[in-house]
Design a protein around this ligand. Structure first.
Ligand code: HEC
Length: 490
């Protein structure tokens, strides 16, 4: 069974500053002998720690990346490619696959594997100076990977597995239901984090297609958990008419990362429920593959009760998308008005082949803030979970605005034939435009409490991105403290 699932560069100006005129032939070599040069950046000291942190989870034997990057011997031949791929910026092709724009919006996210600008520059200098190994004594100890099955969320408290399915080498794409999977719980529990893995017998070089896509046969699974097996319950009715007995969950897609729920809004997994789905999409990999999904759940402690409600409004447009052929920078817009105070837990752009970017904006009166802008590559769907201390806290009445950017030209490799107009639809050659992110509603009191905590975490700050009213709360607290101090002095 196999699972696969970021300069130090000081210039030696001292000698120049002394004003000593040295002949051109002497000066450089003398300088070279004593001063730090680009070659001071070495694999063992500078590069290996970055690769261990940001690349090895995929680029190791048994990982999802096409080649291991765990030793100098493995890394050296890829030095130029590594420079190129780490230097792409928030666009398709960047490694690691993480497309957050670092010059706009909130910058702290959970599980952010990306390289800092300084690290990207270091990798480039290293590659440009011959990718030296450096002193073996500088090499950090090899990073231990428990096994190919390592869960990003940590060891799950509950793992639920679907039955194996066989996807034949040359079978056409298939879209349908899964056999329901019973969830072995003795009592109702709440889920803090969930991660889904495909576990199968495919390997890249086993005769199937020699691509990463060859490793997986489950393209996606949209699923819900429900008590009982009445399949007639419509997904559209979720969380309204059916109450707690039917709960929808984040989608499984190839390459998608784990989901974390707000600590105060863990999601209910009811005793006696089943995982059911009428939207499994399988595709063949060029060889027969036997495969199942594993759902890893991190549970809240027994007795846990959620304080916040899950927000169930939708943000996007999947109905009348209009993408012209052979045109770059086409924009789509969608809005949602928040009828209750809301915390945004994650941002998850969902576009199809022409999609290259999405931005999330919060409009509160004349306060307009860009919360996040991320690139999009339809080969690598990613969700962006805000770190707890920066997750947007938005007042009732805020208008959320998403902007999708589409490139329907030959410059976008994901588009099969950019001469075509495309509209809305389920297939990758048609379009979707949704923010699949997670949000929670709060009461006014809970909202005030969250804002007070946020202000306490950011002493001295009056303007906080993602929290338009935090400045007001900060001002109120300042005034209260001043009044208190004055009273004490009197
Ligand atoms: C989440 C998994 C994942 C992570 C993390 C990741 N990679 Fe990759 N990498 C892949 C996959 C899959 C491919 C092949 C598909 C593609 O090119 O996008 C790839 C391709 C590459 C390639 C191109 C290989 C070729 O054949 O030309 C390079 C170079 C690379 N990665 C380097 C890195 C480096 C360096 C890091 C860390 C800074 C990294 N990757 C992090 C999964 C990953």
């Amino acid at each position: 069974m196999n699972v696969r699932a970021t300069v130090r560069w000081s210039l030696a100006i001292g000698a120049v500053a002394t004003g000593v005129l040295v002949s051109g032939s002497l000066m450089p070599s003398a300088l070279r002998a004593q001063s730090p040069t680009a070659t001071d950046i070495t694999y063992t000291k500078d590069i290996a720690p970055v690769l261990q942190r940001s690349c090895e989870n995929c680029h190791r034997s048994g990982g999802g990346g096409p080649m291991p990057l765990t030793s100098y011997e493995e890394v050296r031949p890829w030095a130029r490619a590594i420079k190129t791929r780490t230097g792409i910026g928030p666009h398709a092709g960047v490694m690691p696959p993480w497309y957050l724009e670092k010059n706009i919006g909130i910058q702290k996210y959970k599980d952010d594997p990306s390289l800092s600008a300084a690290e990207v520059a270091k990798v480039a200098k290293w590659a440009d100076s011959g990718a030296p190994r450096g002193n073996p004594a500088d090499m950090p100890p090899a990073r231990q990977w428990a096994d190919a099955n390592t869960w990003r969320i940590g060891t799950p408290d509950l793992i639920v597995k679907t039955k194996n399915i066989v996807v034949k080498a040359n079978s056409p794409d298939w879209w349908g239901e899964i056999e329901p999977v019973a969830i072995p719980l003795e009592e109702d529990r709440y889920v803090m984090a969930v991660e889904i893995k495909e576990v199968n017998d495919a390997t890249v070089h086993n005769g199937g297609r020699d691509t990463v896509g060859g490793l997986f046969v489950w393209h996606h699974l949209i699923y819900r958990t429900q008590v009982g097996l009445d399949m007639s319950v419509e997904t559209a009715e979720l969380d309204s008419s059916t109450g707690d007995n039917v709960v929808s969950w984040p989608v499984h897609e190839v390459g998608r990362n784990a989901d974390y729920f707000d600590p105060k809004a863990a999601r209910l997994l009811k005793k006696g429920s089943y995982i059911v789905s009428d939207s499994l999409h399988t595709h063949s990999s060029g060889k027969d593959v036997t495969s199942h999904l594993e759902f890893g759940y991190k549970l809240a402690p027994k007795g846990y009760k959620p304080l916040y409600k899950r927000a169930t409004y939708s943000l996007g447009n999947g109905v009348d998308i209009d993408i012209a052929g052979m045109e770059k920078n086409q924009q789509l817009h969608a809005y949602a008005v928040l009828n209750e105070p809301t915390k945004i837990i994650s941002f998850e752009p969902h576009l199809h082949a022409p999609g290259t970017r999405m931005c999330l904006e919060a409009i509160w009166g004349y306060n307009i803030q860009t919360l996040s802008c991320v690139g999009y590559d339809h080969n690598w769907v990613r969700g962006y979970s805000f770190a707890d201390d920066v997750a947007p806290l938005l007042p009732k009445g805020t208008i959320l605005h998403i902007t999708g950017y589409m490139d329907n030209t030959t410059g976008n490799k994901n588009v099969a034939d950019p001469r075509n107009w495309s509209g809305s639809g389920n297939r990758s050659i048609t379009n979707m435009f949704i923010d699949l992110g997670n949000r929670v509603f709060m009461t006014d009191e809970q909202f005030q409490e969250e804002m007070r905590a946020r202000v306490a975490q950011n002493p001295g700050k009056d303007i906080m991105l993602g929290c338009p009213l935090c400045g007001v709360v900060a001002q109120q607290q300042k005034t209260a403290t001043q009044t208190q101090n004055q009273q004490q002095q009197q």
